[in-house]
Write a protein that binds this ligand. Structure first.
Ligand SMILES: [Zn+2]
Length: 298
């Protein structure tokens, strides 16, 4: 029935609040989904739904055509000037302008509206996220500058996690795969006044300080709103809250994959073997070979 369908698309744009036809927007930008498909086995899987392959990432009716276009321009810039040069050509240094910061905020802001705000409702980070959402919304609409929530850090790489403490925390192969090819977002807190948000896309881990961060633990990782230059191999984050939370998430992901049905596991194995000729020269094949060599050298 036509009326059902049109109702679903009509509503208030979450960014500019106009009442109009809403676009079926990607939460994580399409260029990232495309890259994952092109450089992998052609399918996307998410951690919370491992038994069902997703061909098209997460989508939601959220934005009007104008706002979709506003975000699309940021995505075009980041895809062409930063993401593809890093993931495809392994550039070790790049220049960036304000669009990188804005892009990161635009994606994280979308994940806030795609369930993250709801999930955080009962936790200590919620009031901070609400305030940040308001300020980021104005900023994304080009209404003034950000007085708070205006910091950003970035770590780029594949095998970047190290345990420098004496606590038993195993860093598994999954950590490498996570940095290399996962998309993810969330918040990290210490149950008190420390809160950070993070956004993970293949190779890139963005850390968005929200409250009470000790920025002395971040070396050469800052992304400035005004723009600058970033050197891929210089960055270092020595913040145990971030390290432990990400390792816990990676272990959860490993467990979720462990709970995948036998039939599904077999299907994936068969497909990878059958497609190995296609996959081995792609990013997925290179990451799997890297892990194989690493385990040989142990
Ligand atoms: Zn709008």
């Amino acid at each position: 029935m036509l009326s059902d369908q049109s109702n679903k698309n009509e509503g208030y744009c979450k960014l500019c609040n106009s009442n109009t036809t809403l676009q079926h927007s990607h939460i994580y930008p399409k260029f990232i989904m495309n890259w994952l498909k092109e450089t992998g086995d052609g399918f996307l899987r998410s951690a919370d739904d491992v038994n069902r392959r997703r061909q098209d990432g997460f989508k939601s009716y959220m934005l009007c055509a104008n706002c979709e276009d506003r975000f699309g321009k940021l995505e075009t810039y980041v895809a062409k000037s930063i993401f593809h040069p890093v993931v495809n050509d392994s550039v070790t240094e790049f220049k960036y302008d304000e669009r990188l910061f804005k892009f990161v905020i635009s994606v994280f802001w979308r994940t806030l509206h795609h369930g993250l705000l709801q999930e955080e409702k009962q936790f200590s980070t919620y009031p901070y996220l609400l305030e940040a959402e308001k300020q980021w919304k104005n900023y994304l609409l080009d209404n003034g500058t950000l007085e708070r929530f205006n910091k950003l850090h970035l770590l780029i790489g594949v095998d970047v996690m190290r345990n420098t403490s004496n606590l038993e925390k195993e860093i598994t192969d999954r950590a490498v795969k996570y940095m290399a090819r996962n998309i993810d977002s969330g918040v990290i807190d210490d149950g008190n006044t420390y809160h950070v948000a993070f956004l993970k896309i293949p190779r890139f881990l963005f850390i968005i300080p929200v409250s009470n961060i000790d920025e002395k633990q971040f070396t050469d990782t800052e992304i400035f709103i005004s723009g600058g230059s970033y050197r891929v191999n210089d960055g270092f984050i020595n913040d145990p809250n971030i390290g432990y939370t990400l390792l816990d998430r990676i272990n959860q992901l490993e467990n979720a994959l462990g709970s995948m049905s036998q039939a599904q596991k077999q299907k994936i194995e068969e497909r990878t073997l059958k497609k190995w000729g296609d996959v081995k020269n792609k990013d997925l094949g290179q990451i799997l070979e890297y892990l194989r060599d690493k385990s040989k050298n142990k």
